[in-house]
Design a protein around this ligand. Structure first.
Ligand code: P1T
Length: 379
């Protein structure tokens, strides 16, 4: 089936009892058993929930995967990935990832005996060179948050296959509409469904997707044993949202392209980073690896004061953490989403105090550009 057909139908069948077309929200913590040891396959809410199963099947289908395993946040999904390794193991990770990912890996899990190498994965050679005896996972984010650096998923997946490593890709920024890492050879896809998949800034959630039976078995075990599960209502909201993912992503990207092209002509915007601009250093890879460029733009305004004034004066864009909602947001990565990353590390990546991240929503683009113009007039 095509993407939009799957988005609307995969994982969803009319309710067998009433014929309800919209998947019911099964708000129950437990299930009646017919007699001891005889039940309908549903025993306890943490372990089984039909609304959650529908969402898992839906997103797995969009990612061209066999299995989806839902979590209560993107970070709890990431934590389940770390449940594949044990003390003494080594992981290679993209040197620019969401700040919370850095915090979980480097500031928490390192104390439990995991070793992380933070590598510029945009050059596959760097990944090959970083492999050690005890390396188990290569974890990449592409495009990265917020520098929008790309990593060649095919090249990294091949290195992983050749070295018996697990390749994990955070596909939050692109969504399955623009990029399918499993098709490119990755073993696991991770999403913060909080972002584009849910798309309305009203749910926090996460998802892992894989084709591998063994990985699925382990993730399913961890989902139940650790218990970081999303509520049935949150699953239902996200299931409702993926139905419009394709139309939303088209509009996010159309708006983002127009804004990026506009900002590029403005002298106050010292550096405009958007994978859809030919000036992006990995524009060729972007065209090859993704079927679109997404809705995220990062702009370096050169001076912190300029960046601050724009963020404080902008009106249609809301100054807030997060991204991927229908409403446009603006954020200051250095003090907000990436505050956990040491300043020296941030500066090495170009994640400066004057960098502003725009999550372009699906409002009328003329209003968004006029909003930036009015904020800049106050400089
Ligand atoms: O917030 P949560 O659902 O736990 O997801 C974490 C996460 C994982 N991966 C990426 C690429 C992300 O961007 C995030 C969360 N990011 C933000 C909250 C943000 O504003 O960048």
């Amino acid at each position: 089936m095509g993407f939009q057909t799957d988005a609307i139908h995969a994982g969803q069948n009319p309710d067998p009892v009433t014929g309800a077309v919209s998947t019911p929200i099964y708000m129950t913590s437990t299930y009646a058993q017919d007699e001891l040891g005889v039940h309908k396959g549903y025993e306890y809410g943490r372990t089984h929930n039909l609304t959650r199963q529908s969402l898992e099947k839906n997103i797995a289908t969009l990612e061209k995967g066999k299995y989806g395993i839902a979590f209560s946040s993107g970070l709890s999904a990431e934590n389940a990935v770390l449940g594949l390794v044990k003390a003494g193991d080594h992981l290679i990770v993209s040197n620019n990832v969401y700040g919370g990912t850095y915090r979980l890996f480097e500031l928490i899990m390192k104390d439990y005996g995991l070793d992380f190498s933070w590598i510029d994965t945009s050059n596959p050679k760097n990944v090959e060179n970083a492999i050690k005896e005890n390396t188990k996972i290569v974890y990449i984010e592409t495009p990265t948050n917020p520098m929008l650096n790309l990593t060649d998923i095919r090249a990294i997946s091949k290195i992983c296959k050749d070295n018996n490593l697990i390749c994990v890709v955070d596909n939050t920024f692109m969504t399955p509409y623009f990029q399918n890492p499993l098709v490119a050879g990755a073993d696991v896809v991770i999403h913060s469904t909080t972002k584009y998949l849910n798309g309305h800034c009203d749910v926090v959630g996460g998802m892992l997707i894989t084709n591998d039976d063994k990985l699925h078995e382990r993730f399913r075990y961890l989902q139940n044993a650790v218990g970081a599960i999303p509520s049935p209502f949150d699953c239902w909201l996200t299931l409702r949202a993926t139905k419009t993912l394709a139309v939303r992503m088209k509009q996010h990207q159309e708006n983002a392209m127009k804004i990026a092209e506009y900002l590029q002509t403005q002298s106050y915007a010292k550096k405009v980073i958007y994978p859809g601009l030919p000036s992006h250093p990995q524009y060729e890879l972007a065209k090859k690896q993704m079927s679109g460029f997404g809705g995220m733009i990062s702009v370096d305004f050169g001076e912190f004061e300029t960046a601050k004034k724009i963020m404080n004066n902008i009106k249609v864009f809301t100054l807030a953490e997060s991204l991927g909602g229908v409403e446009s947001l603006v954020c200051h990565p250095a003090s907000m989403t990436h505050a956990s990353v040491p300043k020296e590390e941030r500066e090495k990546l170009g994640l400066t105090e004057s960098l502003v991240r725009f999550s372009v929503g699906i409002e009328d683009v003329e209003d968004l550009i006029a909003d930036i113009e009015q904020a800049v007039k106050k400089l």
